[in-house]
Design a binder for this molecule. Structure first.
Ligand code: APR
Ligand code: ZN
Ligand code: ZN
Length: 376
């Protein structure tokens, strides 16, 4: 098909308004402008963050919008000035840009590019226009990448070329879930060999933290979840024991402190709740424990805890997409995957055709899945 330079008509899942389910529509996708890339999406994961878009609990979203941010695909065409990829290349869209020029990109120790959606909405392309229309109406982009569309346009700072041999229906997880969890252990916490770790929340992201702790050589990895169905996979991936807080009369942090000779070296909050964040902090060793916040807290919430928890030497830090500078790191993660260094495939419990996206969200809500991948 001779598509470069032309508008493409294709299927996409559109969220028309807060509280409305996704609806599969035919959309028009305009060609990429300068420094933009049009990608044919081959596979996309469903992440809890996409669900937050539907419920209105993700900040700065404009509707109608095409969500999706954990995809992998093939470059269909490029705009003027794009030099980092060409049509036919396999790519992963990045939910966190690496512009390479801002004050954060120039620092070696942060991945928080100042083009992040946390500072400026990414609902339109950088020139403040959309490449999507549906039924004559403008449709907004999500995080600049909108992977719930068979074709999607994004700035070249927010997509990266990967190994030609990579299986796109697996490596799409490097766009968000796996990288977020694995990097929280390796980059943010910098888990040391022989250490003890507690991971609160054993969803796709928490299990990726477990994989990271194991890869870093932790000797004790304690998984914590209120759904014991998650324990089998957690143990397969390296958890040495798993606890259900509902099985204990005392708070889980007290159980952990007793189990680990005054607290774990590293605790990870991967639920996205304030209570589990405070519990994770309190379960760390009082003099040197490090608590890493991975889960996204509820919009507008405020944290309150006894500051003495920090006074004695604990550290509380946040991890944003695993601390990876994504343009540099995602291709390396894919290469390591191709070498068999880790197997996030185990996280993919369901692979569905894109047309069954609603079924995918139902599975997510039912807690019956770890990661769901949709294929076009
Ligand atoms: N204590 C322990 N575990 C809990 C609790 C609790 N109080 N409440 C929920 N959980 C568990 C759930 O049973 C589930 O297994 O936390 C897990 C969360 O997993 P998912 O919903 O699959 O979420 P995931 O995709 O792993 O993301 C986790 O990280 O990136 C962020 O926004 C994301 O905040 C979310 C978090
Ligand atoms: Zn995500
Ligand atoms: Zn930047």
């Amino acid at each position: 098909m001779d598509t470069p330079g032309k508008t493409i008509k294709c299927k996409a899942a559109v969220a028309w308004a807060v509280g409305k389910p996704l609806s599969i529509e035919e959309v028009e996708v305009a060609p990429p402008k300068a420094h933009e890339v049009r990608v044919k999406v081959i596979a996309t994961g469903i992440c809890g963050t996409d669900d937050h878009v539907l419920t209105g609990s993700f900040p700065k979203v404009n509707y109608p919008v095409i969500p999706g941010h954990e995809g992998a695909g093939i470059v269909e065409s490029i705009g003027e000035g794009v030099t980092c990829m060409k049509p036919g290349d396999k790519v992963i869209p990045l939910c966190l840009p690496q512009c390479g020029e801002c004050a954060s990109c120039l620092k070696p120790n942060t991945n928080c590019c100042l083009k992040t959606h946390l500072l400026e909405p990414q609902n339109l392309m950088p020139d403040k226009t959309s490449r999507f229309t549906c039924q004559g109406k403008l449709v907004h982009h999500f995080l600049w990448i909108s992977t719930f569309s068979e074709y999607t346009v994004m700035p070249d700072s927010t997509v990266v070329k990967i190994d030609d041999g990579a299986p796109l229906d697996k490596v799409c997880l490097f766009g968000c879930g796996f990288s977020t969890g694995y990097g929280a252990a390796l980059n943010t916490a910098q888990v040391t060999p022989g250490s003890s770790c507690a991971v609160f929340g054993l969803g796709g992201v928490g299990l990726s933290v477990v994989m990271g702790c194991k890869a870093a050589g932790a000797s004790q990895i304690i998984g914590i979840d209120i759904n014991k169905d998650k324990f089998v996979t957690a143990k397969e991936l390296g958890a040495t024991e798993c606890l259900n807080p509902l099985d204990y009369k005392k708070p889980i942090q007290e159980v952990l402190v007793e189990m680990t000779d005054h607290g774990v070296d590293y605790a990870f909050e991967v639920v996205g709740c304030l209570d589990t964040l405070t519990a994770a902090l309190a379960s760390c060793h009082m003099g040197c424990g490090v608590c890493v916040m991975v889960g996204v807290p509820p919009l507008g919430s405020r944290l309150s805890f006894d500051p003495m928890l920090l006074f004695t030497g604990r550290t509380l830090k946040g991890s944003f997409i695993g601390g990876w500078k994504m343009k540099d790191s995602v291709p390396q993660l894919v290469s390591s995957y191709m070498e068999g260094k880790f197997k996030p495939d185990i996280l993919i419990t369901h692979t569905l055709p894109f047309s069954k996206i609603s079924e995918g969200f139902d599975l997510l809500h039912a807690g019956k899945s770890i990661r769901i991948v949709l294929v076009f």
